[in-house]
Every structure is written in C-alpha cells, then in structure tokens.
Ligand binder design. Structure first.
Ligand code: SF4
Length: 96
C-alpha cells in the first residue's frame, strides 16, 4: 500500500455516497499505512529530530534522499559540533 493507493481510496470515498462499508475500508487502509510508517523513509538516514519537517513521524528516519551535514565550529571535535543543514522547522510543532 502506498500513498497513491490511499489517495485513490480517499477520493472514491469522497466522490460517491459514503456507506458504512466504504468508511470501514478507508479507515482500515489508513490504519495499515500509519502502522507502516512514513512511505518515504530513507533507511540510510536514521534521525530522531521529530521537530523537522523532513522527519518520518512514525519511524526514526529522514524522508529525504540526501541530507547536507555541516558544522558551526571552526575545528569540530565532537558530535555536538556537527549539524544537519537540511533541517526545516516543522510548522506548528511548538518549538522555536
Ligand atoms: S533533514 Fe536532517 S534533521 Fe531533518 S529529518 Fe532529515 S536528517 Fe533529520
């Protein structure tokens, strides 16, 4: 199941009279996808920064194909010196 299939099911639910069977089918498929996690999870980029818009919410992976890593230090010497420069603040996450 991918997002295109979910959109298709959602569209069919929206464009025709909704009966109990359609609603149950849609909820079931949506639940299936939620359990699978982010459809675009890049298993090569593990990440726990849930405040980032590129983070897969349900799994600890980044959704991007590639990220840029940099440093804010002149001479980085530990992991705290290194930053993900692809970070984008997720809107409405409450962080500043
Ligand atoms: S862009 Fe960087 S901070 Fe954001 S989810 Fe990807 S790896 Fe994490």
């Amino acid at each position: 199941m991918n997002f295109a299939e979910i959109i298709s099911i959602e569209s069919s639910v929206r464009t025709k009279p909704v009966n109990g069977s359609d609603r149950r089918r849609f909820k079931s498929k949506l639940s299936e996808v939620t359990k699978m996690g982010c459809d675009k999870a890049n298993k090569s980029i593990g990440c726990t920064v849930h405040q980032c818009a590129n983070h897969c919410d349900t799994t600890n992976y980044c959704a991007l194909d590639k990220v840029n890593i940099g440093t804010h230090e002149a001479n980085p010497s530990q992991s705290q010196c290194v930053d993900c420069e692809s970070f984008v603040l997720k809107s409405g996450c409450g962080c500043k």
